[in-house]
Design a binder for this molecule. Sequence first.
Ligand SMILES: Nc1ncnc2c1ncn2[C@@H]1O[C@H](COP(=O)(O)OP(=O)(O)OP(=O)(O)O)[C@@H](O)[C@H]1O
Length: 303
Amino acid sequence: MEVQELHQSYGDYTAVRGVSFTVARGELFALLGTNGAGKTTTLEVVEGYRAPTSGQVRVLGLDPYRDGPAVRRRIGVMLQEGGFFNELTVRETVDSWRGFITGARRTAEVLEQVDLAGRAGTRVGQLSGGERRRLDLALAVLNGPELLFLDEPTTGMDPEARRNTWRLVKELRAAGTTVVLTTHYLEEAQQLADRVAIMTEGRIAATGTVAEVLSGRGSRISFPVPHRLHPADLPELPDGRPVFDGAPGHQTAAYAVERTAPALAALHRWAADLGVELDGIEVRSASLEDVFLELAHEKASHR
Ligand SMILES: Nc1ncnc2c1ncn2[C@@H]1O[C@H](COP(=O)(O)OP(=O)(O)OP(=O)(O)O)[C@@H](O)[C@H]1O
């Protein structure tokens, strides 16, 4: 998939302002962003549901808008909430969708793949939220797609169901399917994606492998604000002031630092001078969530 300088407007409002990215065959690419950043709009163009206002889009070597039917035969789209008939069983639902697809895979095989074989005779209205999402996934892979779009595939799932879905997605990818994922769960992108792009306000603010996006983002040092002290008493480091989390009296201070060792040394010197203990100190590398929040924050402060 290749997207070059995509712009997309709704009347006077420009939702996507010059987005470029490529997704290689067999890759798992995650498109992340704050609400309203333009992810759904971008995906609707790539899936062929909208003509781009300007820019070039190629999917499987074709123009997804002009060659819509040819592209849609080879892609799968898992929508955010498929409209099901609650009275039909899982098997009947898949069977009825098979009628719309030439060369559809066998129902039993697809249900096996999404871990719903044991629920084949259950009415859709009786499924849990996570099982309904897996049924959405079954319908998206019914045509054996080369390229699969997953729009927030684990929303509403408990942690175990989420992990099971991650396993399914990894299996699909291992079998050669190219996957484009949007998600609000950054841990999901960190677990699954070969490459990510983070969108804010219609543009890509950061992109690359997770390691590339995290590189140069340093680490986070946090500890409970020591008793007798107030947040304002904490020192400023060369990287800046800490941010605070938690209720008054039980706050945690967190410093974002580029280089960990000198920052730790400075904090220990400060604590020793005051005669306080820095109990419960934690050091960890920046996560995708930290980068996401920083980019979202930068965007808000430029307003
Ligand atoms: N059909 C439409 N007509 C007018 N404006 C629209 C339309 N669809 C989306 N928008 C606007 O375009 C912007 C981008 O929306 P989009 O749905 O692409 O964002 P998103 O990144 O998918 O957000 P979310 O994470 O909330 O789903 C938003 O400000 C939205 O209000």
